[in-house]
Design a protein around this ligand. Structure first.
Ligand SMILES: Nc1ncnc2c1ncn2[C@@H]1O[C@H](COP(=O)(O)OP(=O)(O)OP(=O)(O)O)[C@@H](O)[C@H]1O
Ligand SMILES: [Mg+2]
Length: 301
């Protein structure tokens, strides 16, 4: 089977809770919103791209346990291909508890990777990369993803990276191998020891030829195009939950890249897509289609 995008990275099951304004420790609270869904940059990215109509396949391990059943059901819900997943009964997807602040929509994440097994270099079949137009990886399953990026580079398959946190030397290796690196400001600051996004971009550009983009939540996103800085403000919306905004941004950017949009249009599209996702509870509860994103952009000119 041929795919538009092969996705590799952390596979997580999220339990999301909108935490009420006032909480009494040690007491029970009945609340309106608790959901269980798949999550994480790669998982949400795969679902977002698939919802936009890209033929997407997820790489990694899947076990024989509750979390694996949920993760698989979640991929099926979005039509993400799971035929390349490697089965190992003992493997458990990572599990996360996401607390969403009811007034700001900001989220706090607690997660565990006990029982999780990342894709390693020896698990990878190079021919996978002959079957895709694009490779999409996160910065968590480092060794396997570095190998995938190496093979993609050899085969001339473009790649998109979502790099959030991890061993800086390995993340830099990934950034050197990738083609489109989109990272939150915090990660860029850690990698460069610079503070403002423009300085971070300029410093990172000394390490890689990749297209670099930095996102910073409600402050928007910035890219370096030669010597020029492109600034994409964030769209103002009635925010419910910012979980998965970064993942949504990456997914929409990937879609726009495969549609040959220019860099500013990719950023505009990604930013609008992410803003719409922020108006819903959960990182993959609602994904707009291309038409809806375009109308949203027109209405926000
Ligand atoms: N409150 C918000 N309102 C509208 N758009 C937002 C908001 N927060 C984030 N976005 C959009 O999503 C993009 C990515 O968000 P952010 O920088 O928070 O990613 P992240 O830290 O990787 O988050 P995630 O936890 O989802 O991975 C921003 O550049 C912006 O375009
Ligand atoms: Mg992110």
């Amino acid at each position: 089977m041929q795919f538009d995008v092969l996705v590799s990275g952390l596979n997580v099951v999220d339990l999301l809770v909108i935490v009420p304004n006032s909480v009494s420790k040690g007491r029970k609270h009945e609340i309106d919103n608790i959901i269980i869904q798949g999550g994480a940059p790669a998982g949400n990215g795969a679902c977002g791209m698939s919802a936009l109509g890209l033929k997407t396949s997820f790489l990694g391990f899947i076990g024989d346990n509750v979390q694996s059943a949920i993760a698989r059901a979640e991929f099926s819900r979005f039509n993400v291909d799971t035929s390349l997943l490697i089965k190992d009964p003992k493997i458990v997807p990572a599990t996360a508890l996401v607390e969403v602040d009811s007034s700001s929509g900001e989220r706090t994440v607690f997660y565990s990777t006990k029982g999780y097994r990342p894709l390693g270099p020896n698990d990878i079949k190079p021919e996978w990369l002959d079957r895709t137009k694009l490779l999409y990886v996160d910065g968590y399953d480092l060794e396997g993803n570095i190998e995938l990026l190496r093979i993609a580079q050899q085969k001339g398959v473009p790649s998109i990276l979502d790099v959030e946190a991890g061993d800086p030397s390995k993340l830099l290796k990934m950034i050197q191998l990738g083609n489109h690196v989109i990272l939150p400001l915090e990660a860029a600051q850690t990698l460069t020891t610079r503070k403002n996004p423009i300085d971070c971009l300029k410093k990172l550009a000394t390490e890689t030829h990749a297209q670099l983009i930095i996102t910073d939540g409600a402050n928007g996103s910035w890219a370096l195009a030669g010597d020029e800085i492109i600034t994409q403000p964030c769209y103002e919306v009635a925010v419910v939950d910012t979980t998965g905004c970064g993942d949504a941004y990456h997914a929409a950017y990937a879609y726009a890249l495969l549609k040959n949009y220019s860099l500013p249009k990719r950023m505009e599209f990604a930013s609008a897509f992410a803003a719409i996702v922020a108006t819903h509870f959960g990182g993959r509860s609602y994904f707009p289609n291309e038409e809806e994103v375009k109308i949203f952009i027109q209405n926000h000119q």
